[in-house]
Design a protein around this ligand. Structure first.
Ligand SMILES: Cc1cc2nc3c(=O)[nH]c(=O)nc-3n(C[C@H](O)[C@H](O)[C@H](O)COP(=O)(O)OP(=O)(O)OC[C@H]3O[C@@H](n4cnc5c(N)ncnc54)[C@H](O)[C@@H]3O)c2cc1C
Length: 397
């Protein structure tokens, strides 16, 4: 195995694969000179997990063998990076070897901190405690919703950045719809406990979602953060983030969105911002200090919502700017903070939020996307997976 590559990419997730494919399409000079380092055997299309938790898709459809998504012409080094040495253009992997590079792309995603909530790991997957944020447990969400006989259904959103900020509420809307269909809605109290100050932070979509919440008679507790789960007693402990008040509530089922953080090996490295993310320029995606380092995706400090949709716009910027930099030309590709969140509001309805750094809607459809639409539900369920596997990962969309 070569130990030096023109382009070295850390993480073969949505971001890493998209950048590798784009570079390989754009110049034959990269062929066999790009490597992706990632210990994973499989690649996941995580946006599907919302529908899996809601019983509308099978989890196996979200998983592909990593080998099948690594683009032709790129190497896959199946190791985990443990250390960055950007002054010497090297990374160290977990078997102790080093790999060097001309250009580094940092995209190891976000780390789920299951230990951030006392008792969660012990009870996840039983006692009615479920989470769509784990491939292993995502089908337990549907098992829980499907078998729910009424009572208190609680949905949480943590006090940390999360991947897909809309996902914690999407599963709540699907569950509420399922409770209606199964005839248990009338004896069920649905509550959202969110650390956020409101339901969404783009005004147009916030107003629309507030109407959804009213129509569905969902109780909301904003600025509340889950700190402990006592699964055997079916009790959850929350903290009010404004007053510091701690309160305990009972539940019959609870969907937990766990706290998340920057991967530790990145946070402890010279590439990290103060908060631990890879510190990049918000338009060029070039590292703030190291010219030959770029970063994107969930692991970056880009001040926008962490989504695959955002990566679809970030990947071409990284690829184009690396090529320009290599040629000594100005880096003209610029990312505007675009992100998108297809907010499923039921089994036949969806609000397609699209916005930029300024929280201004940047809608791509010729109609008002703040309106719930069945067509947009089918876009998410039937078309976006095709676009992902056959377009984005192949570097063509
Ligand atoms: C339930 C759920 C619903 C979602 N819904 C949507 C949606 O509707 N729309 C949307 O656009 N997005 C959605 N997302 C978010 C989307 O999946 C992520 O934003 C996207 O996958 C991030 O891509 P990434 O490449 O940054 O990270 P990932 O795709 O998570 O990939 C990171 C890769 O880095 C690897 N890695 C980690 N540590 C190391 C290491 N030490 N060394 C080397 N490699 C490492 C991992 O193995 C992984 O393969 C959802 C996510 C979830 C969980």
């Amino acid at each position: 195995m070569k130990s030096h590559f023109k382009i070295l990419i850390i993480g073969a997730g949505s971001a890493g694969i998209s950048v590798a494919s784009r570079l390989l399409r754009q110049s034959s000079s990269f062929k066999h000179d790009i490597a992706l380092i990632d210990p994973a055997m499989n690649h996941f299309y995580q946006p599907l997990w919302t529908l899996v938790g809601g019983g509308a898709a099978k989890k196996e459809a979200s998983k592909r063998d990593m080998k099948s998504v690594i683009p032709f012409g790129a190497h896959h080094i199946q190791q985990a990076v443990v250390e960055f040495d950007p002054d010497n253009n090297e990374v160290r992997v977990d078997d102790g070897q080093t790999v060097s590079y001309d250009y580094l792309v940092v995209a190891p995603g976000i780390e789920i901190n299951w230990d951030g909530i006392k008792g969660l790991k012990e009870t996840l997957g039983k006692n009615g405690v479920c989470s769509n944020y784990s491939y292993e447990h995502v089908d337990y969400t549907w098992e829980t919703i499907r078998n729910f006989k009424g009572g208190k259904a609680v949905f949480t959103h943590p006090n940390s950045p999360v991947k897909c900020g809309g996902a914690p509420q999407k599963i709540m809307y699907l569950a509420e719809d399922a409770f209606n269909l199964h005839g248990v809605r009338e004896n069920t109290e649905v509550t959202l406990c969110s650390a956020n100050p409101g339901i969404f932070d783009v005004e147009e979509y916030k107003r629309a979602l507030e109407k959804v919440i009213d129509r569905k008679r969902i109780k909301t507790n904003f600025r509340t953060n889950l700190t402990e789960v006592r699964g055997d007693k079916k009790e959850a402990v929350f903290e009010n983030l404004d007053t510091g008040e701690v309160f305990t509530t009972s539940f019959d089922m609870m969907h937990v969105t766990p706290p998340m953080k920057a991967p530790s090996f990145l946070a402890d490295s010279p590439l990290a911002s103060e908060e631990g993310w890879v510190d990049v320029h918000k338009h060029t995606l070039q590292h703030a200090k190291y010219d030959n380092v770029f970063g994107l995706g969930d692991a970056s400090n880009l001040p926008t919502s962490k989504t695959g949709a955002a990566i679809r716009k970030q990947a071409p910027v990284v690829a184009n700017n690396i090529i320009s930099h290599l040629k000594g030309a100005p880096m003209e590709a610029s990312y505007d903070g675009y992100s998108s969140c297809p907010i499923v509001t039921g089994y036949r309805s969806l609000i397609l939020a699209e916005f930029d750094y300024y929280k201004v809607p940047t809608e791509s459809m010729p109609f008002n996307q703040a309106k719930e639409r069945q067509s947009m539900y089918h876009l998410k369920k039937d078309f976006l997976p095709i676009i992902y596997w056959n377009g984005m990962l192949k570097g063509v969309m």
